[in-house]
Design a protein around this ligand. Structure first.
Ligand code: GAP
Length: 437
């Protein structure tokens, strides 16, 4: 039986089959660009977020956390530049009424619409990507607010609050994880381009003269973070933005890119934002956002190096990178080769037959009570149960069999090598600890 390579369709199907990701409100035909995360998906997201937080707070410089609001007033988005600049070029087909991004490589305005085959385009116009809403009962200009299109602005507007309450000193960072919303014209490639997604953003504040060396340092740290999560190093690269690609706030930007089946694409953006953000908010709010340098007895506006990655985009990257098919006993086996550090389930406990369920369950409950992420599975043939665990990326299965009753050992079966070894029951926890170290 031939083994094919990974495709987006296979990932989407696996995600649904095994409870990683569902189309939002699927029973009502779904919402385009919005997804719900099932039990394993929710767990994997937790793993990703915990790994990110641990990583960005592990270096010598202080990095503190923030959990800002999702709703932002029009003033915030005016000052940030999003009200004026955060738009994509939109074009409509007057025949089939479909909308497209005019800069989509698949769209050529000199040719017919790819959906209906008729050439009848509107002119290109700018489409604001922020979702607008109104606060309270009145629907007037003063009540307008926006769902945040990035988490970063909550960090900038709270810069002084954090500095004065936390006693942190420049250079330091503020890290935040939270939902962001963009009314993407054409959500694409499953979790790659969504309308509701989650970001993990680090805003690192430093003196202007330090910005370029911190920018280089964070580029290296961020790439290494993905390698440490188990992502294939050859499928990662740092790509500098050309001048005409830079966002309105950016002085320099590198993307960490991953080689997806649909090409090299941005996984994370790392930007030297200069003093744009604090200067803008200071100007628009009338509040002083500079800091005083004791050494030079002068005030300055800190510069910002930003590292911004989508939880969902990293989730998708991990799935693509871990997906693997091989041939076992004439059948195609699908495996997610997650690093044990992020696998949603670390180990499964499987009784060989129903007669052993109670004893095996004792092992499972004992380990579960100690905080390990485990599954217990007693239904179906042992081969089928191994396949189920392979497909969700469980690194090891412990099988409780009749020999266990005799000599107190279980089989530890390795997901990747398929090697089975016997280990004593009192060694199982040590085995798990080594796996997670
Ligand atoms: N604060 C900077 C910022 O938001 P960005 O390049 O627009 O920069 C940063 O977004 C990261 O957020 C991207 O690298 C990607 O991982 C994720 N992201 C952006 N738009 C997304 C979308 N529509 N769906 C899923 N993830 C998205």
């Amino acid at each position: 039986m031939s083994v094919q390579s990974v495709t987006l369709e296979k990932i989407v199907a696996l995600c649904k089959r095994r409870g990683f990701v569902f189309q939002s409100a699927e029973i009502y035909d779904g919402i385009n660009g919005v997804y719900d995360f099932g039990p394993l998906g929710a767990q994997l997201k937790q793993m990703i977020k915990a790994a990110w937080t641990k990583n960005v707070t592990s270096f010598a410089e202080d990095v503190v956390l923030l959990d800002g609001s999702i709703l932002g007033s029009a003033q915030v988005w005016k000052a940030s530049g999003h009200l004026d600049n955060f738009s994509d070029p939109l074009v409509d087909c007057l025949n089939c009424k479909k909308r497209f991004r005019a800069d989509d490589p698949d769209i050529n305005l000199d040719k017919a619409c790819p959906s209906c085959g008729v050439k009848n385009w509107t002119g290109v116009r700018q489409f604001q990507l922020m979702f607008q809403t109104n606060l309270g009962a009145l629907s007037d200009a003063a009540s307008v607010a926006y769902l945040r299109p990035e988490t970063a602005q909550a960090v900038f507007v709270n810069f002084k609050n954090v500095m004065t309450s936390s006693r942190v000193k420049i250079p330091f960072g503020i890290a935040q994880i939270g939902k962001a919303f963009r009314n993407e014209i054409t959500p694409k490639q499953f979790l790659f381009r969504m309308r509701e997604f989650e970001q993990m953003e680090l805003e690192f504040f430093c003196k202007g003269e330090q910005a370029s060396s911190f920018f280089d340092l964070w580029c290296e740290r961020r790439k290494q973070f993905f390698i440490n999560l188990g992502i294939t190093p050859e499928k990662l690269r740092l790509r500098p933005h050309a001048a005409d690609e830079l966002a309105h706030y950016s002085k320099a930007c590198f993307d960490v890119e991953y080689e997806f089946p649909f090409g090299w694409k941005e996984l994370e953006g790392i930007a030297n934002r200069g003093d744009f953000d604090l200067s803008q908010h200071s100007k628009f709010s009338g509040k002083e956002l500079s800091v005083f340098d004791e050494a030079t007895r002068t005030s300055y506006v800190p510069h910002v190096v930003e590292c911004s990655v989508g939880v969902d985009r990293l989730f998708l990257t991990l799935l693509f990178d871990a997906y693997y098919e091989d041939n076992v006993e004439g059948e195609v086996r699908t495996v997610l080769r997650f690093s044990p550090k992020i696998a949603p389930v670390t180990a499964a406990v499987l009784p060989l037959t129903n007669k052993l369920t109670e004893q095996a369950e004792n092992l499972y409950l004992d380990l579960k009570a100690k905080g390990y992420r485990l599954q217990f599975d007693a239904s179906g043939s042992i081969g089928k149960r191994y396949r189920r665990q392979d497909e969700i990326g469980t690194p090891v299965c412990f099988t409780y069999d009749f020999q266990t009753l005799e000599d107190g050992t279980v089989t530890a079966r390795n997901r990747d090598t398929l090697v089975q070894e016997r280990i004593a029951l009192d060694q199982v926890e040590g085995y798990l600890q080594r796996l997670l170290a």
